[in-house]
Design a protein around this ligand. Structure first.
Ligand code: F6R
Length: 253
């Protein structure tokens, strides 16, 4: 895994926005995988600012979001679809036909997951997958457990994940849906290139285990160690345990 550490979350987001803009210059019809959550808000702000300055062009880009809450219609104010509209899609020159977000209100969730996998395949696969990481080590909504699913599937959210998403539901974790639809581990790992963005000290422990720990279903992000082209972009908070580890290694020498 390649690692880039920046002084602040804002610097990390700006660097990743430049990385995405560069990838789009090389391949204007890039297929981009996108996360939601608190972490990418600043990244999306930076991409909107680059769009305003005509420094990036999304007109031929296709996007696939990682996940969506089960039972929410795309126009529900708490849906990830609406989050994406608010933070990114409304602010960039993307062709609406090329936006893909799982439909949490689909009458047959399993069929919706199969449709999504097909759509990714038909688009030629994901070129660049942007990820966040949960404090429990999840990526997408692939939660820690005894096993992981390869393909886009229906998942039960863990209590800590529901708590982390409470802000979208008026601060009430009890209102966060108990289930979601998420790209699977193989769907994510088949992306040609992956960038994981993590900021804040509350991510430091899962980041350290992701990079230095064993590959385990107990920390889904650890599977990124198997991918040949993964970049981890951190601020100093999220890198804190890595630095301490490096310092300890230095001292032992
Ligand atoms: C959401 C997603 C999740 C988040 C993770 C971190 O689409 O893929 O894996 O990236 O839960 O969320 P924040 O950024 O809110 O800490």
């Amino acid at each position: 895994m390649n690692l880039s550490v920046f002084p602040t979350a804002r610097d990390a987001a700006a660097a990743l926005a430049d990385h995405i803009a560069g990838a789009l210059r090389t391949k204007p019809d890039l297929v981009l995988g996108l996360p939601t959550g608190r972490t990418p808000v600043q990244l999306y702000r930076e991409l909107a600012a680059l769009t305003e300055r005509h420094a990036v062009d999304f007109s031929r880009t296709t996007t696939f979001n990682l996940d969506e809450f089960l039972g929410l219609r795309p126009d529900d104010p708490a849906s990830y679809r609406r989050y994406m509209e608010r933070h990114l899609f409304r602010k960039i020159n993307i062709d609406r036909e090329r936006i893909h977000v799982l439909d949490g209100s689909a009458p047959d969730p399993e069929a919706e997951c199969a449709r999504y996998e097909r759509a990714i395949r038909e688009a030629g696969g994901v070129d660049l997958q942007i990820l966040g990481i949960g404090s429990n080590g999840h990526i997408g909504f692939n939660e820690p457990g005894d096993s992981l699913m390869a393909r886009t599937h229906r998942v039960t959210l863990r209590p800590e994940t529901r708590r982390a998403n409470a802000a979208l539901f008026g601060g009430d974790a009890g209102r966060v849906p108990g289930e979601a639809l998420s790209m699977g581990m193989a769907t994510i790992l088949q992306a040609r290139s992956i960038v994981l963005l993590a900021t804040g000290v509350e991510k430091a422990a899962s980041v350290e285990r992701m990079i230095h720990g064993p590959i385990t279903t107990r920390l889904p992000a650890s599977f990124l160690q198997l991918h040949a082209d993964t970049l981890v972009v951190l601020d100093e908070g999220a890198a804190r345990k890595l630095e301490r580890r490096t310092e300890n290694e230095e001292r032992r020498r």
